[in-house]
Design a protein around this ligand. Structure first.
Ligand code: DC
Length: 211
């Protein structure tokens, strides 16, 4: 399941994994965890070569239970700090570095193994798992996405979220390495007017139809 931030990917993919008894992988959390580590270690995030030089250093551990997904870096639980604004502001720069992507895509494929998993990200249908049985590309209007993000976070406004998301989407969609993109064989689902339960029901219908 791919799509921009605020499209409802995380809630929908967790819900689908729960309903089908599958594992769940949040690949954005992996990019965020590496970004958290780079900030912790004072890497120069304006210099892609400096990020690439340390791409192999953070030790990641990611749990795939949809009821309790976990993420650790160098043994530290980073589930909360990777959602902080400073990580969100820096993650596009780190995830644009090809050495970071090569490392994380290999780890994602290792976690996926032979399947039975719902994976969310930006390049899952195009790069990480091009042979996936079901590919969904979630979208929503800029207004709906900003409203959802504002409801999740404290101390922000819809306008600030809309601007921050536009910047991050532009960076994620225009980077050279594996940009955010809809796979040719993905089903696009616009969630603007749908409730979470409706999105999950529609994805479950597609899964049933295709498997
Ligand atoms: O889904 P998210 O907002 O937690 O993702 C954080 C960032 O990670 C996003 O701005 C781009 C990057 N990302 C990526 O490049 N490829 C993925 N498969 C998942 C996330």
């Amino acid at each position: 399941m791919d799509g921009p931030s605020g499209s409802g990917k995380s809630s929908a993919s967790r819900g689908v994994a729960r309903a089908l008894g599958l594992r769940y992988l949040d690949t954005g959390a992996m990019y965020r965890a590496v970004t958290w580590w780079m900030l912790r270690h004072d890497a120069d995030l304006t210099d892609p070569a400096a990020i690439a030089a340390r791409a192999a250093d953070p030790v990641l551990a990611i749990g795939t239970d949809p009821d309790a997904p976990t993420v650790h870096v160098d043994g530290t639980d980073v589930a909360a700090p990777i959602r902080e604004a400073k990580v969100t502001a820096a993650v596009s720069a780190v995830s644009a570095v090809p050495e970071i992507r090569a490392r994380l895509v290999a780890e994602q494929r290792a976690v996926i193994g032979s399947g039975d998993i719902v994976v969310e990200g930006r390049d899952i249908g195009t790069v990480v798992a091009p042979a996936a049985q079901v590919k969904i590309y979630l979208t929503a209007s800029a207004e709906a996405r900003a409203l959802r993000r504002t409801a999740e976070l404290s101390g922000t406004t819809v306008e600030a979220q809309r601007a921050a998301m536009a910047t991050r989407d532009a960076l994620d969609s225009t980077r050279k390495a594996d940009p955010l993109a809809k796979a040719g064989d993905a089903v696009e689902l616009d969630t603007t007017a749908l409730t979470l339960d409706e999105v999950i029901a529609e994805v479950l219908r597609l899964v049933k139809e295709r498997t």
